[in-house]
Design a protein around this ligand. Structure first.
Ligand code: SAM
Ligand code: SF4
Length: 333
């Protein structure tokens, strides 16, 4: 029997689950985590068996899109078997899309398998095309591996979108070049504002730049036309006449996109966060490890949705602490 759609108290239908499979990462992007980031003990992290079971319950309940993220999902051992397990729901029709967000350092190794499993789209985070700047932002000399990963993904037939965090000092001047480079290769770009999530070593306000300003600069030499297209995410898209490509703007700080929110996020420890920018969450690990049945887990999901906040309330200013103590790598960006 078909179940009713998953809805929240604000009449939004939830169809999109982002799953963080690990909090670990092989890079240390300055806006995301500190150099000496302390990772979770293994026992706290759900096994792939547990994660697969939760995904199955969520898909049966009405989730049609899954995005696997992290930390860096491709650093977790046996990630391919997990993805194969989850991809079974593509075959039985419960799931319409299985997607991945990655920093691409290991993508050259995985691209063909990902395509073969049924993944069609990958979001790749890339903030610069300059090797020295990449080293400065991520603390690792990995740009060549990332570019190789991007080529491998395109060759394997994956649709690639580049996600670029706009950083006032590190890459604002380079944004037009990144867009041009991506559009020449048939890849969309989404620009992201830095969000105040988790303590880091640097001052985020110092790197914060409003995408309204970035857009005004681009519009001084390119023709940007807003398009009413969505990929199911929070990007508002424009098409650039001169490059022919699409450019998305993810603007949690200067512009709120909560009214159309269709998503929830599962951490690798089994917490379901109802909003990226709020603390409301429900602990599925305790339920799983306490012997909950699939029906119990389904009931817990409905309970969780009943506390989904209406909106986030991000603010960024030097005197303010991060909006939330948890890092994006914990919640899954
Ligand atoms: N490691 C993978 C990657 O970098 O694509 C997946 C996880 S990462 C947390 C997902 C996205 O979150 C990346 O595009 C990254 O740039 C973004 N991100 C991380 N911390 C952020 C922050 N404080 N503000 C804005 N975006 C952030
Ligand atoms: Fe790692 Fe992604 Fe965070 Fe960069 S943004 S440190 S690649 S999890």
């Amino acid at each position: 029997m078909a179940l009713p759609p998953l809805t929240d108290p604000f009449a939004r239908t939830i169809t999109y689950l982002r799953v963080s499979v690990t909090d670990r990462c092989d890079l240390r992007c300055g806006y995301c985590m500190p150099e000496d980031m302390r990772f979770l003990p293994k026992a706290d992290v759900l096994s792939f068996e547990e994660l697969e079971r939760l995904c199955a319950v969520f898909v049966r309940a009405g989730v049609t899109k899954l995005r696997i993220t992290g930390g860096e999902p491709l650093v977790r051992k046996d990630i391919l078997s997990f993805l194969r397990g989850v991809a079974r729901h593509l075959d039985d029709g419960g799931l319409k899309e299985l997607a991945l967000t990655t920093n691409a350092t290991r993508l050259a190794l995985f691209a063909r398998d990902l395509a073969e499993i049924g993944i069609k789209r990958v979001n790749i985070s890339l903030d610069t095309l300059d090797r020295e700047t990449f080293k400065r932002i991520t603390k690792r000399d990995a740009l060549p591996a990332v570019l190789e990963g991007i080529d491998a993904a395109r060759e394997a037939g994956l649709k690639v979108k580049i996600n670029t965090v706009a950083l006032k000092h590190d890459n604002a001047h380079e944004i037009p070049r990144i867009i041009q480079w991506a559009h020449e290769r048939g890849m969309d770009v989404s620009l992201i504002e830095t969000m105040p999530l988790g303590e880091i070593e640097q001052d985020r306000t110092d790197q914060y730049i409003s995408l309204a300003d970035v857009r005004a600069n681009l519009a001084s030499f390119w023709t940007l036309r807003d398009v009413n297209e969505t990929t199911g995410g929070p990007s508002a898209y424009a098409r650039i006449a001169e490059t022919g490509g699409r450019l998305g703007f993810i603007t949690p700080l200067s512009h709120n996109f909560c009214a159309s929110c269709n998503r929830v996020r599962l951490t690798c420890t089994g917490r379901l966060y109802l909003c990226l920018g709020q603390d409301e969450h429900v602990d599925f690990r305790a339920a799983l490890r306490g012997g909950a049945s699939d029906d119990d887990l389904h009931a817990l999901l409905l309970e969780a949705l009943s506390i989904k906040p209406e909106r986030h309330e991000f603010q960024i200013a030097p005197e303010l602490a991060p909006a939330l103590p948890r890092h994006m790598s914990t919640t899954g960006g």
